[in-house]
Design a binder for this molecule. Structure first.
Ligand SMILES: [Zn+2]
Ligand SMILES: [Zn+2]
Length: 363
């Protein structure tokens, strides 16, 4: 299981769950329950309809809470897109391939960055989010965005229910209003108002990132990914659509099934000086220099023929397993990187077999 051992992040995880449970308790105990409890006038027939509405409200509210917790847990415990050890540099990128000094000169694909908290390179790293104690990368961006959407809906619903609850009390439909109920409702209402602004700000950033096919890191670095349609940008994060019914998958916290194309390129619209780079690294939590230059030739040989063959075999078996359903949803571009890679020969990657051993091609 993917877990980042960061004390601040783990504490914030508990804070998130505590706030959700506190909101749930106050709304259920002092609003939903108070409205529809025996403390109301049993003889008033108008309350029978309210009881049904209360039950509907109770279940809907908890379905939304369940979705939030599921999306949050998946965002927390999913590998956001760490570059696998021994990831193969495709031949057409071999000449310009970057390496990550911190990851022992491993290949750093154009859209990967080294996260200083996760301590590894993450493909399409958006930022390291302490609220999920994880990086937001291609593999968990859908869960993160859905978490933000659900939380926005939840906080708006909670705030509305609390306002309605207070209105209800002021009309004296409930015979006894405890001071604890008033204070806790006010505290939760203030927190909700704060989180509506806080979370919707994050959400608008994510929407902008998808629209421009760039991550937060890339936005700071004046860079964007390949230019493509808005629908393709959304599909890359939320999953490709085969039939119209698949659109339901976009709003549910289930995996997108998107195979990352590590070869995706970025385009820089302007350069940065050293000080600006340092500030950006601090801001988004990346470490190492993204302009570290080419991989040393010696390290390219780390990806020897044996590793390549193992990777090819693994991918062939995965492809044959998924050929009927999964791969048919992917665009050709998404697979082009790995397809090229499967055609690699020893000569193409500068490796020759001598006396039974893999050695570097001196040329
Ligand atoms: Zn790295
Ligand atoms: Zn991270």
């Amino acid at each position: 299981m993917w877990i980042i051992k960061d004390t601040r992040g783990i504490l914030l995880l508990f804070c998130v769950w505590l706030l959700l449970l506190a909101g749930d308790f106050v709304v259920c105990r002092y609003v939903i329950y108070a409205w529809f409890s025996i403390e109301t006038d049993k003889d008033d027939e108008s309350f029978s309809g309210l009881h049904t509405f209360g039950a509907w409200l109770f279940y809907s509210y908890h379905i939304l809470l369940g979705l939030i917790i599921t999306a949050h847990l998946k965002a927390v415990f999913s590998d956001p897109g760490s570059i696998p050890p021994g990831a193969v540099v495709p031949p057409h990128q071999s000449a310009t391939a970057r390496s990550c000094k911190i990851c022992m000169d491993q290949w750093k694909p154009p859209r990967a960055h080294h996260c200083k908290t996760c301590k590894r390179c993450i493909f399409r790293m958006d930022h390291h989010c302490p609220w999920i104690n994880n990086c937001v990368g291609l593999n968990n961006q859908k869960f993160f965005i859905l978490f933000l959407v659900y939380v926005t809906m939840y906080t708006i619903c909670t705030l509305l229910l609390l306002i309605l609850g207070i209105t209800f009390w002021s009309q004296q439909k409930v015979k006894v209003v405890h001071l604890t109920a008033v204070i806790s409702s006010l505290v939760i209402a203030v927190l909700c108002a704060f989180f509506i602004f806080f979370v919707s700000d994050f959400l608008s950033e994510q929407m902008e990132s998808i629209k421009t096919n760039s991550t937060l890191v890339e936005t700071y670095q004046y860079a964007t990914g390949p230019s493509q349609s808005f629908h393709e940008n959304v599909s890359q994060v939320f999953g490709f659509i085969r039939t119209p019914i698949d659109y339901w998958k976009w709003i549910l916290p289930i995996g997108s099934g998107v195979v990352p194309n590590l070869c995706e390129q970025v385009t820089y619209s302007q350069g940065m000086d050293g000080g600006e780079k340092e500030n950006i690294n601090q801001e988004v939590g990346i470490a190492g220099d993204d302009d570290e230059g080419q991989m040393p030739q010696s390290n390219k040989l780390l990806y020897n023929l044996q590793q390549q063959q193992q990777e090819i075999q693994r991918r062939h078996s995965q492809r044959s397993k998924n050929s009927r359903s999964h791969l048919s949803t992917q665009s050709d571009d998404n697979l082009s990187c790995w397809t090229d890679e499967n055609k690699l020969s020893g000569s193409e990657i500068g490796i020759r077999k001598r006396d039974g051993k893999m050695t570097a091609d001196p040329s």
